[in-house]
Design a protein around this ligand. Structure first.
Ligand code: HEC
Length: 506
């Protein structure tokens, strides 16, 4: 009997779905890439919600990142096509002005239209370089891109409603994502506030990216652009725009996206991820472990500083003992764009490491180390962002295989036999916590076949196959739109829950 109590056989329903060949339902395969994005361009951190990092070697010399190459980071699953296809009919509410009301995208197109170049960068870009392994996607350099955004100034929109009243302190924008049922709105809603002076100075509601309609995955039909501020502030699928007295009460504003020391829970007393500090990195040649020919080479990369622009970039081949001034390449597209830079050098055969250091127009210089912090936000230290280049005498022969040929050698999908899952005692205890105890329940947002959970707000745990440390971190502290459970579950319970998800998803 003892033997059977240790054994948990996968529910027949899960097994039936598996045999019926609907892998998406139980998560044996990842979702198809968003429209216009190719797998080879990105590192896929997550498919629900999307987290796609541009590979370092995919950035070019030019200052504009094509939409096909632009990173994606969503906090919640995006609204369905029936919503994002509203086009000119898309409407949003305006509050905090002399009159309240709503506008459509068609109305905006009849107003004073502007275009700006602006870098959008995920707060967690560079998280992979922090030694303490903060939870969340492990972004290297590619959680950033620079695009042309076209839209109407928030100030002009508020003017249309008679201007702001009651001396508001913040601009607050609310995203149009569908929220899961059974969870408090503030726990998951994507709603961000920035200082009202900023909002009225240069923020825009935009519907075009690089001269084409804003794709749904980037917030189309309509998103906010907060020039020079971290990605999270640039709310997608905007449904409400308000001049407000207080910051949003949403978790993503109150405790999320706050810079604080390791081990500290975020709160309104900690600095919010607003303006992006000065930062640069090299993108090539030779990124992503592609060997380059020894001899003369042109190093290139990007540099930016929110609201300030760049005055100089230097490059070092000896870990910062000596620096050479790089050339700024191409047009200066304004204080919120990135500047591309290049430097001629000669590479002997062997391995080289180059670092870059930018200085902005107010004299702020990129530091060697970044400020260590709990969630791994805002990394701009030049030390960790170096590019390692392998220079060789002759380039290796490239194997050129036609796509059709390659397709024909892909092995047929093996027939799946329903797995029989045997859980440890600890994991069995964790299953009860997953299924019944944790509030809100994990299955509200996640899929996990062993618990017959079908949530579709966070990553499918069967596909993600999270590690034990990753699980403990996420459960204790929360991550993105996922709540923290450190307050309601004991360390023993968290360990059991982690063991369950780990064993059930392997
Ligand atoms: C309100 C919805 C919600 C609930 C409830 C929820 N999660 Fe999540 N979870 C998410 C979302 C969204 C993400 C993706 C976070 C991101 O990267 O922005 C996530 C991410 C994760 C990750 C990956 C963390 C990483 O390092 O990227 C794990 C593991 C996880 N959740 C486990 C759990 C477990 C176990 C529970 C139950 C205790 C739970 N979640 C409850 C929404 C939720």
């Amino acid at each position: 009997m003892q033997h059977w109590s240790r054994r948990f056989v996968m529910k027949s329903l899960g097994a039936a779905v598996l045999l019926a060949g609907h892998p998406a339902a139980i998560g044996l395969s990842r979702r198809a890439m968003p429209v216009g994005k190719q797998t080879a361009t990105f590192i896929e951190h997550n498919d629900l919600p999307w987290a796609l990092e541009t590979r370092r070697g995919q950035f070019g010399f030019g200052p504009i990142t094509p939409v096909s190459h632009f990173f994606v980071r969503n906090n919640l699953p995006m609204p369905p096509p029936s919503v994002t296809d509203e086009g000119d009919h898309w409407s949003f509410q305006v509050s905090g002005c002399a009159e309240a009301g709503s506008l459509t995208l068609a109305d905006l197109k009849g107003m004073n239209v502007q275009t700006i170049a602006n870098v959008v960068q995920c707060s967690g870009n560079g998280r992979a370089f922090f030694p303490h392994h903060p939870s969340g996607s492990q972004w290297g350099v590619g959680g950033a891109g620079c695009a042309l955004w076209t839209g109407v100034r928030v100030a002009d929109i508020f003017e249309r409603f008679g201007g702001v009243v009651d001396a508001p302190a913040f601009l607050t924008a609310t995203g149009g994502e569908q929220l899961p049922e059974g969870i408090a709105r503030d726990a998951v809603v994507v709603e961000r506030s920035v200082p009202i002076e900023k909002g009225l100075r240069d923020c825009l509601l935009v519907w075009e990216m690089n001269g084409a309609p804003l794709p749904a995955v980037h917030g189309g039909p309509l998103r906010l652009i907060v020039p020079g501020y971290f990605g999270v502030n640039n709310v997608k699928w905007v449904r409400q725009l308000g001049a407000t007295g207080q910051q949003s009460t949403a978790k993503i504003q109150q405790s999320g996206y706050r810079l604080r020391a390791q081990g500290v829970t975020g709160g309104p007393q900690h600095p919010s991820m607003w303006r992006m500090p000065v930062k640069s990195w090299l993108n090539g040649p030779g990124a992503d472990d592609q060997p380059v020919l020894a001899g003369s080479a042109t190093l290139y990369g990007v540099a930016f500083s929110g609201e300030r622009g760049i005055s100089a970039v230097e490059v070092s081949s000896d870990a910062g003992d000596s620096w050479q001034v790089a050339k700024l390449v191409g047009p200066d597209l304004g204080p919120n764009a990135w500047r591309t830079f290049s430097l001629q050098t000669t590479l002997d055969t062997g391995i080289h490491r180059f670092v870059s250091r930018a200085t902005d127009t107010e004299g702020a210089q990129q530091p060697e180390q970044t400020q260590d912090n709990q969630r791994g936000y805002g990394h701009n230290g030049w030390g960790d962002h170096g590019l390692t280049i392998t220079a060789v005498k002759t380039l290796p022969e490239r194997e050129l295989i036609a796509t059709a040929e390659r397709a024909s050698v892909v092995p047929a999908t093996p027939v799946q036999t329903p797995p029989v899952l045997v859980l440890s005692d600890q994991a069995l205890a964790g299953k009860a916590i997953f299924d019944n105890q944790a509030q809100p329940g994990c299955g509200v947002c996640h899929s996990l076949a062993a618990s017959d959970a079908r949530g579709a707000v966070g990553p499918n745990l069967d596909t993600l196959k999270p590690g034990l440390a990753q699980l403990r971190n996420a459960i204790t502290q929360g991550v993105g739109a996922m709540p923290a459970y450190g307050g309601q579950l004991s360390p023993v319970e968290i360990d059991a829950l982690a063991a369950y998800v780990f064993e059930a998803s392997q």
